[in-house]
Design a binder for this molecule. Structure first.
Ligand code: F6R
Length: 243
C-alpha cells in the first residue's frame, strides 16, 4: 500500500486523475470502478476537466459502481445510479449503457447481486477501482464485522453510516435507507489497482487502522494491506493519526 499525504483536494484530484489518464492511455477500453460520496468528487471534477480539454476519452471504456441503496427508486436523486450520473457519467463520453451499478430496486436482490459479479467478470474485471472509506472503516458498504471474502451482496448500514450519510438527505436520518446492495470485499480486491481517497479529520482513525492496524473484519479497509497495487490519497487531517 502506498500512501500520499497531499495538501488539498485539488492535489488529490490531480493524482487520482493521473492514474485514470495513464490507464486510458495504455488501455482505452479499460474498466473503471466508481465510488459515490464526497471523497472521489475532486477526482471526478479533474477527469471532467481533462475530458473537456481533450486529454481523456471514455468512449471505449466501461464502468461499474461500487454499491446502491436498497429502497430508493433508480430515479431518486440520491440513488447511486443518479449520483454517478450527475457527478461524472453525464459529463464525459461513456457510451450508452457502459456505466452500470448494482440494482438495489430488484425484486430478487440475491439474483441481482450474482448478476452484478458476473457482469464485472464478463467485462474482464475492473482495472482501476476508486474508493472512499467510511469513518467506521467500511469500503463500499462492507461494514465492520462482515466477511472479508464476500462477493456482491445485500448488506445493512451501521448507525454511524446512516448518520454520516444523512447529509445527503437534508440531514434527515429517517430518509437514509438502512440496506444496500454492495460489491463484496473479494469483488473489490480483484480490481487490478485501487485508488482510495480519504479527507477530513473524521476519517483519521479509519485511515490509521487501514494503514497501520492489524487486518481485521472490525476495520474492513485493513484488507487493502493485502492488495498488490493500492494507492491511498489523504489530506493532512485524514493522515493526522498516522505514525
Ligand atoms: C460509496 C461508498 C462508501 C463511501 C464512504 C465514504 O460508493 O462505497 O464506501 O466511499 O462511505 O463516503 P464519503 O466519501 O461521502 O465520506
Amino acid at each position: 500500500m502506498r500512501v500520499a499525504i497531499l495538501p488539498d483536494e485539488a492535489a488529490i484530484g490531480r493524482i487520482g486523475a493521473d492514474a485514470v489518464e495513464r490507464l486510458y492511455a495504455r488501455k482505452p477500453q479499460a474498466v473503471l470502478g466508481l465510488a459515490t460520496g464526497s471523497s472521489p468528487l475532486p477526482i471526478y471534477q479533474e477527469l471532467i476537466a481533462r475530458h473537456r480539454a481533450g486529454r481523456i476519452s471514455f468512449a471505449r471504456g466501461r464502468a461499474f459502481a461500487l454499491d446502491e441503496y436498497v429502497g430508493l427508486s433508480p430515479q431518486h436523486p440520491q440513488s447511486y445510479r443518479q449520483v454517478i450520473r450527475t457527478s461524472i457519467a453525464d459529463h464525459v463520453d461513456f457510451p450508452e449503457g457502459a456505466v452500470r451499478g448494482p440494482e438495489g430496486w430488484a425484486e430478487d436482490l440475491d439474483a441481482a447481486a450474482a448478476d452484478y459479479d458476473r457482469a464485472i467478470r464478463d467485462a474482464g474485471g475492473v482495472d482501476l477501482q476508486i474508493l472512499g472509506i467510511g469513518a467506521d472503516g467500511h469500503i463500499a458498504f462492507n461494514e465492520p464485522g462482515g466477511s472479508l471474502a464476500s462477493r456482491t451482496h445485500r448488506g445493512f448500514l451501521t448507525a454511524q453510516t446512516i448518520r454520516d450519510n444523512a447529509r445527503f438527505f437534508d440531514g434527515d436520518i429517517s430518509q437514509v435507507p438502512a440496506q444496500c446492495l454492495t460489491q463484496g470485499i473479494a469483488t473489490i480486491m480483484e480490481a487490478r489497482s485501487l485508488v482510495l481517497v480519504a479527507t477530513g479529520g473524521n476519517k483519521a482513525e479509519a485511515v490509521r487502522q487501514m494503514v497501520e492496524g492489524a487486518v481485521s473484519a472490525s476495520w474492513p479497509a485493513t484488507v487493502l494491506q493485502f492488495h498488490p497495487d493500492a494507492l491511498v490519497l489523504v489530506d493532512e487531517e485524514a493522515a493526522a493519526r498516522l505514525d
